[in-house]
Write a protein that binds this ligand. Structure first.
Ligand code: IMP
Length: 427
Protein backbone atom coordinates (compact mmCIF):
# COMPACT_ATOMS: atom_id res chain seq x y z
CA UNK A 1 0.00 0.00 0.00
CA UNK A 2 2.46 2.61 -1.14
CA UNK A 3 1.98 6.20 -0.18
CA UNK A 4 4.30 8.38 -2.23
CA UNK A 5 5.01 12.03 -1.53
CA UNK A 6 6.40 14.17 -4.34
CA UNK A 7 7.87 17.34 -2.91
CA UNK A 8 9.73 20.31 -4.37
CA UNK A 9 13.27 20.42 -3.05
CA UNK A 10 14.03 24.03 -4.01
CA UNK A 11 11.99 27.25 -4.42
CA UNK A 12 9.20 25.65 -6.43
CA UNK A 13 8.92 25.18 -10.20
CA UNK A 14 11.16 22.10 -10.11
CA UNK A 15 8.99 20.22 -12.60
CA UNK A 16 6.84 18.38 -10.06
CA UNK A 17 3.84 18.41 -12.40
CA UNK A 18 5.62 16.20 -14.89
CA UNK A 19 6.81 13.75 -12.23
CA UNK A 20 3.35 13.55 -10.68
CA UNK A 21 1.72 13.09 -14.08
CA UNK A 22 4.20 10.30 -14.74
CA UNK A 23 3.61 8.53 -11.43
CA UNK A 24 -0.14 9.14 -11.38
CA UNK A 25 -0.62 6.24 -13.77
CA UNK A 26 0.01 3.88 -10.87
CA UNK A 27 -1.97 5.87 -8.29
CA UNK A 28 -5.51 5.19 -7.14
CA UNK A 29 -5.72 8.58 -5.45
CA UNK A 30 -3.69 11.75 -6.09
CA UNK A 31 -3.97 14.33 -3.34
CA UNK A 32 -3.08 17.98 -3.59
CA UNK A 33 -2.37 18.64 0.07
CA UNK A 34 -1.44 22.29 0.63
CA UNK A 35 -1.18 25.70 -0.95
CA UNK A 36 -3.61 27.03 -3.50
CA UNK A 37 -3.68 28.42 -7.01
CA UNK A 38 -0.39 30.18 -6.27
CA UNK A 39 1.14 26.88 -7.38
CA UNK A 40 1.45 26.13 -11.05
CA UNK A 41 2.19 22.72 -12.50
CA UNK A 42 2.98 22.36 -16.16
CA UNK A 43 2.15 18.97 -17.59
CA UNK A 44 2.94 17.88 -21.14
CA UNK A 45 1.46 14.53 -22.07
CA UNK A 46 -0.25 12.93 -25.08
CA UNK A 47 -3.36 15.07 -24.38
CA UNK A 48 -1.35 18.29 -24.82
CA UNK A 49 0.26 20.94 -22.64
CA UNK A 50 -1.61 21.99 -19.51
CA UNK A 51 -0.98 24.51 -16.74
CA UNK A 52 -2.63 23.23 -13.58
CA UNK A 53 -3.02 25.30 -10.43
CA UNK A 54 -5.53 23.52 -8.22
CA UNK A 55 -6.61 20.37 -10.01
CA UNK A 56 -4.27 17.50 -9.05
CA UNK A 57 -2.04 16.35 -11.89
CA UNK A 58 -3.63 12.87 -11.71
CA UNK A 59 -6.63 14.21 -13.63
CA UNK A 60 -5.44 12.78 -16.96
CA UNK A 61 -5.86 9.26 -15.68
CA UNK A 62 -9.56 8.45 -15.53
CA UNK A 63 -9.07 5.69 -12.97
CA UNK A 64 -7.46 8.09 -10.51
CA UNK A 65 -9.41 9.99 -7.87
CA UNK A 66 -8.10 13.50 -7.56
CA UNK A 67 -8.53 14.97 -4.13
CA UNK A 68 -8.13 18.61 -3.17
CA UNK A 69 -7.17 17.96 0.42
CA UNK A 70 -8.02 19.61 3.75
CA UNK A 71 -4.81 21.65 3.75
CA UNK A 72 -5.52 23.45 0.48
CA UNK A 73 -6.64 27.08 0.11
CA UNK A 74 -9.30 26.74 -2.54
CA UNK A 75 -10.42 29.54 -4.81
CA UNK A 76 -13.71 28.24 -6.29
CA UNK A 77 -13.62 30.76 -9.08
CA UNK A 78 -10.20 29.80 -10.44
CA UNK A 79 -10.99 26.12 -9.90
CA UNK A 80 -14.05 26.47 -12.14
CA UNK A 81 -12.01 28.23 -14.82
CA UNK A 82 -9.49 25.39 -14.69
CA UNK A 83 -12.20 22.73 -14.81
CA UNK A 84 -13.89 24.41 -17.77
CA UNK A 85 -10.61 24.59 -19.64
CA UNK A 86 -9.96 20.89 -18.99
CA UNK A 87 -13.50 20.03 -20.13
CA UNK A 88 -13.05 22.10 -23.28
CA UNK A 89 -9.98 20.03 -24.07
CA UNK A 90 -11.76 16.76 -23.44
CA UNK A 91 -10.34 15.98 -19.98
CA UNK A 92 -13.02 14.78 -17.59
CA UNK A 93 -13.04 16.13 -14.03
CA UNK A 94 -15.63 13.63 -12.78
CA UNK A 95 -13.07 12.10 -10.47
CA UNK A 96 -12.38 15.32 -8.63
CA UNK A 97 -13.16 15.47 -4.90
CA UNK A 98 -12.92 18.60 -2.75
CA UNK A 99 -12.36 18.09 0.96
CA UNK A 100 -15.10 19.79 2.95
CA UNK A 101 -12.31 21.03 5.24
CA UNK A 102 -10.43 22.98 2.57
CA UNK A 103 -10.48 26.71 3.31
CA UNK A 104 -11.96 29.01 0.70
CA UNK A 105 -10.14 31.91 -0.83
CA UNK A 106 -12.75 34.69 -0.67
CA UNK A 107 -12.75 37.70 -3.03
CA UNK A 108 -11.35 39.93 -0.27
CA UNK A 109 -8.28 37.74 0.23
CA UNK A 110 -6.48 38.74 -3.01
CA UNK A 111 -7.40 42.34 -2.15
CA UNK A 112 -5.69 42.03 1.23
CA UNK A 113 -2.73 40.25 -0.40
CA UNK A 114 -2.25 43.30 -2.61
CA UNK A 115 -2.71 45.86 0.18
CA UNK A 116 -0.35 43.97 2.51
CA UNK A 117 2.28 43.73 -0.21
CA UNK A 118 1.98 47.46 -0.93
CA UNK A 119 2.36 48.26 2.76
CA UNK A 120 5.59 46.22 2.91
CA UNK A 121 7.20 48.65 0.46
CA UNK A 122 10.79 47.65 -0.27
CA UNK A 123 10.35 44.58 1.93
CA UNK A 124 7.61 43.13 -0.32
CA UNK A 125 7.60 39.34 -0.51
CA UNK A 126 6.69 39.25 -4.18
CA UNK A 127 3.62 37.09 -3.57
CA UNK A 128 1.62 35.68 -6.44
CA UNK A 129 -1.25 37.97 -5.42
CA UNK A 130 -3.67 35.05 -5.20
CA UNK A 131 -4.75 35.80 -1.65
CA UNK A 132 -3.22 32.64 -0.24
CA UNK A 133 -1.47 34.26 2.74
CA UNK A 134 -4.59 36.14 3.88
CA UNK A 135 -6.68 32.94 3.49
CA UNK A 136 -4.34 31.02 5.78
CA UNK A 137 -4.24 33.99 8.19
CA UNK A 138 -8.00 33.66 8.56
CA UNK A 139 -7.65 29.90 8.96
CA UNK A 140 -5.12 30.32 11.76
CA UNK A 141 -7.27 33.09 13.25
CA UNK A 142 -10.13 30.54 13.25
CA UNK A 143 -12.43 32.76 11.23
CA UNK A 144 -11.99 31.01 7.88
CA UNK A 145 -14.78 29.75 5.64
CA UNK A 146 -14.47 26.18 4.41
CA UNK A 147 -15.70 24.31 1.32
CA UNK A 148 -18.22 22.41 3.49
CA UNK A 149 -19.89 25.74 4.31
CA UNK A 150 -20.87 26.04 0.65
CA UNK A 151 -23.28 23.16 1.21
CA UNK A 152 -25.08 25.03 4.02
CA UNK A 153 -26.20 28.34 2.49
CA UNK A 154 -27.59 29.82 5.70
CA UNK A 155 -24.41 29.17 7.65
CA UNK A 156 -22.33 30.33 4.69
CA UNK A 157 -24.27 33.62 4.60
CA UNK A 158 -23.73 34.22 8.31
CA UNK A 159 -20.04 33.47 8.15
CA UNK A 160 -19.44 35.69 5.13
CA UNK A 161 -21.37 38.56 6.71
CA UNK A 162 -19.38 38.30 9.95
CA UNK A 163 -16.12 38.09 8.06
CA UNK A 164 -16.93 41.00 5.75
CA UNK A 165 -17.86 43.21 8.74
CA UNK A 166 -14.40 42.68 10.21
CA UNK A 167 -12.61 43.03 6.87
CA UNK A 168 -14.38 46.31 6.13
CA UNK A 169 -13.23 47.73 9.44
CA UNK A 170 -9.62 46.92 8.59
CA UNK A 171 -10.02 48.14 5.01
CA UNK A 172 -11.32 51.45 6.24
CA UNK A 173 -9.15 52.04 9.33
CA UNK A 174 -5.84 50.56 8.22
CA UNK A 175 -5.83 51.02 4.47
CA UNK A 176 -8.42 53.75 3.84
CA UNK A 177 -9.83 51.44 1.15
CA UNK A 178 -13.50 51.15 0.09
CA UNK A 179 -15.57 48.36 1.68
CA UNK A 180 -16.46 45.04 0.07
CA UNK A 181 -20.07 43.93 -0.23
CA UNK A 182 -21.15 40.79 1.54
CA UNK A 183 -24.31 40.20 -0.53
CA UNK A 184 -22.51 40.26 -3.86
CA UNK A 185 -19.91 37.78 -2.54
CA UNK A 186 -22.57 35.48 -1.10
CA UNK A 187 -24.56 35.46 -4.32
CA UNK A 188 -21.49 34.75 -6.45
CA UNK A 189 -20.16 31.99 -4.22
CA UNK A 190 -23.54 30.28 -3.89
CA UNK A 191 -23.66 30.20 -7.69
CA UNK A 192 -20.24 28.51 -7.63
CA UNK A 193 -21.63 26.13 -5.01
CA UNK A 194 -24.36 25.06 -7.48
CA UNK A 195 -21.58 23.71 -9.68
CA UNK A 196 -18.99 22.64 -7.15
CA UNK A 197 -21.26 21.28 -4.41
CA UNK A 198 -21.35 17.76 -5.87
CA UNK A 199 -17.56 17.49 -5.58
CA UNK A 200 -17.40 18.52 -1.91
CA UNK A 201 -17.07 15.52 0.40
CA UNK A 202 -15.53 14.20 3.59
CA UNK A 203 -12.10 13.15 2.40
CA UNK A 204 -11.11 10.92 5.32
CA UNK A 205 -13.24 7.87 4.35
CA UNK A 206 -11.82 8.00 0.81
CA UNK A 207 -8.25 7.87 2.07
CA UNK A 208 -9.10 5.34 4.79
CA UNK A 209 -10.59 2.99 2.22
CA UNK A 210 -7.70 3.40 -0.19
CA UNK A 211 -5.24 2.62 2.62
CA UNK A 212 -7.28 -0.40 3.73
CA UNK A 213 -7.38 -1.76 0.20
CA UNK A 214 -3.64 -1.28 -0.18
CA UNK A 215 -4.04 1.19 -3.03
CA UNK A 216 -1.36 3.62 -4.12
CA UNK A 217 -1.81 7.19 -2.91
CA UNK A 218 0.26 9.97 -4.38
CA UNK A 219 0.69 13.19 -2.43
CA UNK A 220 1.30 16.08 -4.79
CA UNK A 221 3.40 18.88 -3.37
CA UNK A 222 3.02 22.50 -4.37
CA UNK A 223 5.81 25.14 -4.19
CA UNK A 224 9.08 23.90 -2.68
CA UNK A 225 10.86 23.27 0.60
CA UNK A 226 12.74 26.59 0.58
CA UNK A 227 9.34 28.33 0.46
CA UNK A 228 8.08 26.33 3.44
CA UNK A 229 6.59 28.48 6.20
CA UNK A 230 8.63 26.76 8.92
CA UNK A 231 11.76 25.61 7.13
CA UNK A 232 12.12 28.00 4.21
CA UNK A 233 13.84 31.34 3.74
CA UNK A 234 11.44 33.20 6.06
CA UNK A 235 9.83 35.69 5.60
CA UNK A 236 10.26 35.19 1.82
CA UNK A 237 8.14 32.07 1.87
CA UNK A 238 4.65 30.92 1.11
CA UNK A 239 2.16 30.34 3.91
CA UNK A 240 1.92 26.55 4.13
CA UNK A 241 4.23 23.70 4.87
CA UNK A 242 5.39 22.25 1.57
CA UNK A 243 7.56 19.50 3.02
CA UNK A 244 6.81 15.78 3.23
CA UNK A 245 5.48 16.31 6.77
CA UNK A 246 3.31 19.17 5.57
CA UNK A 247 1.86 17.05 2.78
CA UNK A 248 0.96 14.19 5.11
CA UNK A 249 -0.73 16.65 7.42
CA UNK A 250 -2.45 18.57 4.64
CA UNK A 251 -3.82 15.37 3.13
CA UNK A 252 -4.76 13.82 6.48
CA UNK A 253 -2.59 10.71 6.37
CA UNK A 254 -0.54 9.50 9.33
CA UNK A 255 3.25 9.34 8.82
CA UNK A 256 3.49 5.58 9.33
CA UNK A 257 1.70 5.07 6.01
CA UNK A 258 4.36 6.89 4.01
CA UNK A 259 6.50 4.54 1.96
CA UNK A 260 8.38 6.80 -0.45
CA UNK A 261 9.36 10.44 -0.36
CA UNK A 262 10.66 11.80 -3.66
CA UNK A 263 12.35 15.19 -3.77
CA UNK A 264 12.12 16.97 -7.10
CA UNK A 265 15.13 19.14 -7.90
CA UNK A 266 15.85 21.07 -11.03
CA UNK A 267 19.42 20.66 -12.33
CA UNK A 268 19.90 24.35 -11.55
CA UNK A 269 18.19 26.79 -9.25
CA UNK A 270 15.26 29.13 -9.85
CA UNK A 271 13.18 31.43 -7.75
CA UNK A 272 10.29 33.86 -8.29
CA UNK A 273 9.68 36.66 -5.85
CA UNK A 274 12.09 38.33 -3.48
CA UNK A 275 14.55 36.85 -0.97
CA UNK A 276 18.16 35.74 -0.81
CA UNK A 277 19.48 33.30 -3.40
CA UNK A 278 23.26 32.82 -2.95
CA UNK A 279 23.94 31.08 -6.27
CA UNK A 280 21.89 33.52 -8.38
CA UNK A 281 23.28 34.23 -11.85
CA UNK A 282 22.91 37.82 -13.00
CA UNK A 283 24.95 37.38 -16.17
CA UNK A 284 24.65 35.98 -19.70
CA UNK A 285 24.72 32.40 -18.44
CA UNK A 286 21.70 33.18 -16.27
CA UNK A 287 19.91 34.75 -19.26
CA UNK A 288 20.76 31.73 -21.39
CA UNK A 289 19.33 29.30 -18.82
CA UNK A 290 16.21 31.44 -18.37
CA UNK A 291 15.50 31.58 -22.10
CA UNK A 292 16.39 28.00 -22.90
CA UNK A 293 14.43 26.78 -19.89
CA UNK A 294 11.48 29.17 -20.48
CA UNK A 295 11.85 30.19 -16.88
CA UNK A 296 8.76 32.35 -16.60
CA UNK A 297 6.15 31.76 -13.88
CA UNK A 298 3.26 29.38 -14.71
CA UNK A 299 0.99 31.40 -12.43
CA UNK A 300 2.17 34.98 -12.88
CA UNK A 301 4.33 34.93 -16.03
CA UNK A 302 7.10 36.70 -14.08
CA UNK A 303 10.68 35.98 -15.21
CA UNK A 304 12.27 33.60 -12.74
CA UNK A 305 15.61 34.31 -11.14
CA UNK A 306 18.02 31.51 -12.03
CA UNK A 307 21.28 30.25 -10.59
CA UNK A 308 23.65 27.33 -10.24
CA UNK A 309 22.52 24.26 -8.35
CA UNK A 310 22.73 25.07 -4.64
CA UNK A 311 23.81 21.91 -2.83
CA UNK A 312 23.75 23.60 0.58
CA UNK A 313 20.08 24.40 0.13
CA UNK A 314 19.51 20.91 -1.27
CA UNK A 315 21.02 19.32 1.85
CA UNK A 316 18.74 21.50 3.97
CA UNK A 317 15.83 20.12 1.98
CA UNK A 318 17.09 16.62 2.53
CA UNK A 319 17.27 17.14 6.31
CA UNK A 320 13.73 18.43 6.68
CA UNK A 321 12.18 15.96 4.22
CA UNK A 322 14.23 12.78 4.45
CA UNK A 323 13.87 11.96 0.75
CA UNK A 324 14.34 8.33 -0.27
CA UNK A 325 15.29 9.40 -3.75
CA UNK A 326 15.33 12.45 -5.95
CA UNK A 327 13.97 13.29 -9.37
CA UNK A 328 16.47 15.54 -11.13
CA UNK A 329 14.70 17.49 -13.85
CA UNK A 330 15.72 19.58 -16.84
CA UNK A 331 19.34 18.56 -17.26
CA UNK A 332 18.83 19.13 -21.01
CA UNK A 333 18.59 22.88 -20.32
CA UNK A 334 22.32 22.83 -19.45
CA UNK A 335 23.32 21.03 -22.68
CA UNK A 336 24.99 24.06 -24.29
CA UNK A 337 27.12 25.24 -21.41
CA UNK A 338 30.92 25.05 -21.56
CA UNK A 339 31.22 24.90 -17.82
CA UNK A 340 28.96 24.17 -14.89
CA UNK A 341 29.20 25.12 -11.24
CA UNK A 342 27.62 23.58 -8.18
CA UNK A 343 27.44 25.66 -5.02
CA UNK A 344 28.86 23.22 -2.46
CA UNK A 345 29.17 25.61 0.52
CA UNK A 346 28.76 29.26 1.46
CA UNK A 347 31.23 31.74 2.81
CA UNK A 348 29.95 34.01 5.54
CA UNK A 349 32.19 36.56 7.25
CA UNK A 350 35.28 34.73 6.05
CA UNK A 351 34.09 31.33 7.35
CA UNK A 352 32.92 28.33 5.38
CA UNK A 353 29.27 27.51 6.11
CA UNK A 354 27.70 24.16 5.21
CA UNK A 355 24.12 24.83 6.21
CA UNK A 356 21.42 27.38 5.35
CA UNK A 357 21.51 30.13 8.01
CA UNK A 358 18.15 30.65 9.69
CA UNK A 359 18.34 34.45 9.52
CA UNK A 360 17.56 35.79 6.06
CA UNK A 361 20.02 38.68 6.57
CA UNK A 362 22.82 36.13 7.02
CA UNK A 363 21.75 34.12 4.00
CA UNK A 364 21.70 37.32 1.95
CA UNK A 365 25.38 37.90 2.89
CA UNK A 366 26.48 34.35 2.02
CA UNK A 367 28.82 34.04 -0.94
CA UNK A 368 28.71 30.82 -2.94
CA UNK A 369 31.70 28.45 -2.95
CA UNK A 370 31.58 26.55 -6.23
CA UNK A 371 32.88 23.27 -7.50
CA UNK A 372 33.28 23.56 -11.26
CA UNK A 373 33.08 20.94 -13.96
CA UNK A 374 33.09 20.93 -17.73
CA UNK A 375 29.84 20.83 -19.65
CA UNK A 376 28.82 18.00 -21.98
CA UNK A 377 27.92 20.11 -25.03
CA UNK A 378 25.75 17.49 -26.68
CA UNK A 379 21.95 17.24 -26.66
CA UNK A 380 20.60 14.92 -23.97
CA UNK A 381 16.94 15.20 -25.01
CA UNK A 382 16.86 11.80 -26.70
CA UNK A 383 18.57 9.86 -23.92
CA UNK A 384 16.35 7.02 -22.75
CA UNK A 385 18.77 5.27 -20.49
CA UNK A 386 21.43 6.28 -17.95
CA UNK A 387 24.09 4.97 -20.31
CA UNK A 388 22.83 7.26 -23.10
CA UNK A 389 23.90 10.30 -21.10
CA UNK A 390 27.32 11.78 -21.84
CA UNK A 391 29.97 11.09 -19.20
CA UNK A 392 30.04 14.72 -17.97
CA UNK A 393 26.26 14.71 -17.49
CA UNK A 394 26.52 11.48 -15.47
CA UNK A 395 29.30 13.06 -13.39
CA UNK A 396 27.07 16.06 -12.79
CA UNK A 397 24.20 13.85 -11.61
CA UNK A 398 26.58 11.85 -9.39
CA UNK A 399 27.91 15.05 -7.81
CA UNK A 400 24.37 16.20 -7.01
CA UNK A 401 23.44 12.77 -5.61
CA UNK A 402 26.52 12.90 -3.41
CA UNK A 403 25.75 16.42 -2.18
CA UNK A 404 22.09 15.67 -1.48
CA UNK A 405 22.69 12.20 -0.08
CA UNK A 406 20.02 10.38 -2.10
CA UNK A 407 20.03 8.56 -5.45
CA UNK A 408 18.43 10.06 -8.54
CA UNK A 409 15.59 7.68 -9.43
CA UNK A 410 14.33 9.81 -12.27
CA UNK A 411 16.21 12.16 -14.57
CA UNK A 412 14.30 14.59 -16.77
CA UNK A 413 15.68 15.38 -20.22
CA UNK A 414 12.68 17.24 -21.68
CA UNK A 415 9.19 18.49 -20.89
CA UNK A 416 7.25 15.56 -22.25
CA UNK A 417 6.24 12.63 -20.08
CA UNK A 418 8.42 10.17 -22.00
CA UNK A 419 11.53 12.33 -21.75
CA UNK A 420 12.42 10.76 -18.46
CA UNK A 421 15.15 8.28 -17.57
CA UNK A 422 14.32 5.74 -14.88
CA UNK A 423 17.59 4.73 -13.27
CA UNK A 424 16.13 1.90 -11.21
CA UNK A 425 16.80 3.80 -7.97
CA UNK A 426 13.12 4.54 -7.36
CA UNK A 427 11.82 2.36 -4.49
P1 IMP B 1 2.41 33.46 -2.07
O1 IMP B 1 2.47 31.99 -1.93
O2 IMP B 1 1.57 33.93 -3.24
O3 IMP B 1 2.02 34.15 -0.78
O4 IMP B 1 3.90 34.00 -2.40
C1 IMP B 1 4.94 33.87 -1.46
C2 IMP B 1 6.24 33.54 -2.17
O5 IMP B 1 6.18 32.20 -2.65
C3 IMP B 1 6.55 34.40 -3.38
O6 IMP B 1 7.95 34.54 -3.50
C4 IMP B 1 6.04 33.56 -4.55
O7 IMP B 1 6.67 33.89 -5.76
C5 IMP B 1 6.42 32.18 -4.06
N1 IMP B 1 5.62 31.08 -4.61
C6 IMP B 1 4.39 30.68 -4.22
N2 IMP B 1 4.01 29.62 -4.93
C7 IMP B 1 5.00 29.32 -5.76
C8 IMP B 1 5.19 28.28 -6.74
O8 IMP B 1 4.36 27.41 -6.97
N3 IMP B 1 6.36 28.32 -7.42
C9 IMP B 1 7.33 29.25 -7.17
N4 IMP B 1 7.18 30.22 -6.26
C10 IMP B 1 6.03 30.25 -5.57
Amino acid sequence: MPVLAVVGGQWGDEGKGKIIDLLAGRAHVVVRAQGGDNAGHTVVNPRGKFALHLVPAGIFNEQTRCLIGPGVALNPETLLVEMDELARRGVSTDNLVISARAHLVMPYHPLFDKLEEESRGAGAIGTTGRGIGPTYSDKVGRVGIVAGDLLRPERFRQKVKASVDRKNLVLDRLYGAPPVEADAIIEKYLRHADRLGKYVAESEPILEQALKEGRTILLEGGHGTLLDLDHGTYPYVTTTSCTVGGLLNGAGIGPRHLTTAIGVFKAYQSRVGAGAMPSELLDDVGDHIRERGHEYGTTTGRPRRVGWFDAVAARHSMIVNGFHSIALTRIDILDDLDELQVCVAYELDGERVDHVPSQIEDLARCQPIYEGMSGWKVPTGDAQDWRDLPRQARDYVRLIEECVGAPAGLIGVGQEREKTIFTGALP
